[in-house]
Design a protein around this ligand. Structure first.
Ligand code: OGA
Ligand code: NI
Length: 366
């Protein structure tokens, strides 16, 4: 990616601290109770639900082991993605994504209007996926997005598809546990995922000559319901600790997955769980690879707090938003530097609306 030009430089307050202590603070949760189905294990499942609920509340992040995803499937994708990214740029750009093609190769992503020090290849699990074309409410166009598989390496496609199917099973198991942890029936979320959006990204963070100025991915929250991330052994993922706002580095655990609450789950749970900011530091001598799997409901979903989690005393904290339009707005800012702030779920907060109205009224009163 060459020199660290100005587009990559983070504002001073967002630059990484190179000396931050690694913290094993995010809980490591053993999912082995899920692999036995006898009654004696019910108690373990209850404990697991409590553990998951606590992790979602305290951190919005946790790691899982004994998750049932075969290691060999993950290794196949990791091998294939290394081969893909090792190619010259012209080759990778043959499957480049742009404003029209929503998935493929990309090396020019911006998070919060600063360029990320990474290149990515993404795909959807469906052969095709429908996404809203633009954020304009009147624009009803929902074009098909086709995956763009490269010729090389030939095994990339199959290895990605097989891997995604396994991770998806894990995602649904976790959504059941999360539903239970919210006091809901295990299957509460299943209707949202009858027509799911499963978006997978292969991330390559090349060595960076200025790791103190740039970030692999700038601070952001995931717009998904749930994210399941595989990171290699290099490390660099940082999570904003809810208790004090400090950035905490997540130490890689072999064959573990990092799970995080996304924006949609935050809204569904009416803020019981929060989607937490995270970012990726880069290194000057080491490249890093990671694979996030983002699970979301279909684009036409109106995302709003679940009725069971709201009441007169605890009213809905969000107005409903259309997921496809939200993502289309976000996508636009991924391609170019904009002068406006990226769209966030906080823009749909009922309180914000009330404050805006108050503001408007007090202006009128003056
Ligand atoms: C992301 C992300 C983290 C990582 O792609 O949304 O947060 O470790 N990635 O690559
Ligand atoms: Ni993320």
């Amino acid at each position: 990616m060459g020199e660290a030009d100005e587009a990559f430089v983070q504002a001073i307050e967002h630059r990484p601290k190179l000396s931050v202590a690694e913290d094993e603070g995010i809980p490591l949760i053993d999912l082995s109770p899920l692999s036995f189905s006898n009654d004696a294990n019910t108690k373990n499942i209850d404990d697991l639900v409590v553990e998951i609920g606590n992790a979602c509340k305290k951190w919005g992040f946790f790691q899982v082991i004994n998750h049932g995803v075969p290691l060999e499937k993950r290794q196949k994708v990791e091998d294939a993605m290394r081969k893909f990214f090792a190619q010259p740029l012209e080759e990778k750009r043959k499957v480049r994504k742009d404003e029209k093609k929503a998935v493929g190769y990309y090396d020019n992503e911006h998070t919060k209007n600063v360029r990320d020090w990474k290149e990515v290849f993404d795909f959807v699990v469906e052969k095709r996926i429908l996404m809203a074309a633009s954020h304009e409410p009147e624009d009803k166009e929902v074009p098909e997005t086709l995956n763009q598989w490269p010729d090389y390496p030939p095994e990339l496609r199959e290895s990605c598809e097989e891997y995604a199917r396994e991770v998806e099973k894990l995602a649904y198991k976790l959504m059941e546990l999360i539903a239970l942890s919210l006091g809901l029936p295990a299957s509460r979320f299943s209707s949202f995922f009858e027509d799911p959006t499963r978006f997978v990204r292969l991330n390559h963070y090349p060595p960076c000559p200025a790791p103190h100025l740039a970030l692999g991915v700038g601070r952001h929250k995931d717009p998904s319901a749930l994210t399941i991330l595989a990171q290699d052994d290099v490390g660099g993922l940082e999570v904003k600790r809810k208790s004090d706002g400090e950035w905490v580095r997540i130490k890689p655990t072999p064959d573990a997955y990092i799970i995080n609450v996304g924006d949609i789950l935050q809204v569904w749970s009416n803020d019981v769980y929060e989607s937490v900011e995270h970012r990726v530091m880069v290194k000057s001598e080491k490249e890093r690879f990671s694979i996030p799997f983002f699970l979301s409901p279909p684009h036409y979903t109106m995302v709003r707090p679940l009725d069971e989690l709201t009441s007169e005393q605890n009213p809905a904290k969000y107005r409903a938003y259309n997921l496809g339009k939200f993502l289309a707005t976000r996508r636009q800012s991924n391609f170019k530097k904009l002068d406006v702030e990226n769209i966030q779920i906080s823009h749909f907060k009922v309180q914000e609306l009330a404050n805006e109205l108050d503001g408007a009224l007090s202006i009128n009163k003056k």
